[in-house]
Design a binder for this molecule. Structure first.
Ligand SMILES: Cc1cc2nc3c(=O)[nH]c(=O)nc-3n(C[C@H](O)[C@H](O)[C@H](O)COP(=O)(O)OP(=O)(O)OC[C@H]3O[C@@H](n4cnc5c(N)ncnc54)[C@H](O)[C@@H]3O)c2cc1C
Length: 433
């Protein structure tokens, strides 16, 4: 029989919920962390890069013990046409030294370790338990949750909904409208096994270092989205994600798109000989700032994906989840000191988020998806233009470089006229600048 009264209940043992539970437990609060999966990470999908800054603030020097795959020493960006790529890459010793910038992880291993840290600090972990609803007192304040277990009511003066993109709990609390297809991406991912030495050679890696490749252009067929290849120890995480409404409108199947991506002439050689170990699909809340639900009410806070906190353009989600989970915990610790769990007192959480990179970055890119949806030439015409230009300029064929430049200019204007180029540059600067 589970003791059913806590100082706080956290629903969902992903990066947001586990961070919140760990920080509260560390400060001595009696906190329940409820997870529907058989084990932490069993229901979770991620690229998956975790970012050191946010995790290091919760588990200092985490790299000494966390089950990391590789340290991301190099970040590569590819712009693909039908058969070519233009790439940009950045590699620096700064990324390869502690505290690192980011590391690749497999969620099934990482989440188990992370929840273990929360348990070590004193959090009460309740696995295989689906939270179905909130419990309210006669004044309508949230005072606990109903789970799918017999006699499964849990009580606390404050509940954190960290139950991911499709947050059942926020919906039950009346925070979250149904997700609209424009505000979520559907991502598919394969884990492809490959001998370590082959990964080192193919991706030109040293020791435990790894790289990430973000891929834009041809592979999404004009849909708003990106592909990725991340290196792990003896596997690759390979995937592609696009806005859900585009999958529907373009009548694309996720299986076909990832197959086409894997068979692209530039991608295929990197995957040759690999064996598919897992095929996963998951939603990503990419509606950004404009689509964020209410995050605070009496006795209730929303963190991570449940609160639409994903910066899709930078492939950041786990860090926003961890930071928001930590800030929710710090707010609850203050609320306990005051004995006040009203929305007014808990609004400290919103102020902390507003002052942090979480809301500042989400605000910065608030119009970027709408912009991309209305300017698909950026995903189709431009990768073609830059690939053609690179081929022309780098081909040594006796044609003087001035003539080549003129030829590139003329062929560019055939694809996008001058006014279109100026307009695109200006509006891109407005949307992303
Ligand atoms: C394909 C893909 C690639 C990604 N790549 C990256 C990346 O490289 N880097 C990055 O930073 N982010 C990435 N993201 C985003 C990142 O995964 C999320 O932003 C992050 O996991 C959000 O954490 P969270 O704790 O809010 O939610 P989640 O990780 O979704 O965790 C929510 C948890 O709540 C549990 N749960 C849900 N409902 C209930 C319920 N009713 N009762 C009990 N438990 C419940 C779930 O089982 C789950 O464990 C990627 C996402 C996808 C889909």
């Amino acid at each position: 029989m589970i003791e059913n009264k806590f100082d706080a209940i956290v629903v969902g043992a992903g990066p947001a919920g586990t961070s919140a539970a760990l920080v509260m437990a560390q400060s001595g609060l009696n906190v329940a962390l409820v997870e529907r999966g058989d084990f932490p990470g069993s229901k979770n999908v991620m690229g998956g890069q975790i970012y050191s800054k946010s995790l290091n603030e919760i588990v200092p020097e985490f790299w000494k013990e966390a089950p990391l795959e590789r340290v991301v020493a190099e970040k590569r960006f590819w712009f693909l046409s039908k058969d070519s790529k233009v790439s940009v890459a950045h590699k620096t010793p700064k990324f390869a030294q502690p505290p690192y910038n980011s590391c690749t992880v497999l969620r099934a291993k990482f989440d188990k370790w992370f929840v273990g840290k929360a348990i070590e600090k004193g959090a009460f972990y309740i696995p295989e338990t689906l939270v179905e609803d909130v419990i309210r007192d006669n004044k309508g304040r949230i005072i606990g949750v109903k789970t799918g277990r017999a006699e499964g009511e849990l009580y606390a003066p404050v509940v954190v909904a960290a139950d991911g993109v499709n947050s059942l709990l926020s919906k039950a609390a009346g925070f979250h409208p149904e997700l609209s297809p424009e505000n979520v991406a559907l991502a598919v991912k394969e884990i492809i096994a490959m001998p370590r030495n082959r990964i080192q050679d193919l991706f030109d890696l040293e020791g435990e270092q790894g790289c990430t490749i973000e891929i834009a252009g041809e592979i999404t067929k004009g849909m708003v989205g990106v592909g990725f290849i991340y290196t792990n120890k003896t596997t690759l995480s390979v995937g592609v994600g696009c806005i859900l409404s585009d999958w529907v409108n373009y009548k694309m199947s996720p299986y076909d798109l990832i197959e086409e991506m894997k068979n692209h002439p530039v991608v295929k050689p990197l995957l040759e000989g690999g064996q598919i170990r897992e095929y996963l699909a998951h939603l990503i809340p990419e509606g950004g700032y404009n689509a964020m639900p209410l995050l605070v009410s009496d006795g209730f806070l929303v963190a991570g994906d449940a609160g639409m906190m994903v910066n899709g353009l930078h492939q950041e989600g786990s860090n926003l989840a961890m930071t928001s989970g930590k800030m929710a915990a710090e707010t609850i610790i203050e609320a306990h000191k005051k004995g006040d769990f009203s929305a007014r007192c808990l609004s400290l959480y919103k102020r902390k988020l507003d002052e942090s990179y979480v809301i500042k970055d989400l605000k910065k890119y608030r119009n970027s998806y709408a912009y991309l949806e209305g300017n698909r030439q950026l995903l189709t015409t431009y990768p073609e233009i830059i690939n053609n230009a690179a081929t022309e300029f780098l081909t040594v064929d006796g044609v003087p470089k001035w003539e080549k430049q003129k030829k590139i200019f003329r062929s560019t204007l055939k694809k996008r006229n001058l006014w279109g180029l100026i307009k695109d540059a200006y509006s891109a600067w407005r949307a992303f600048g």
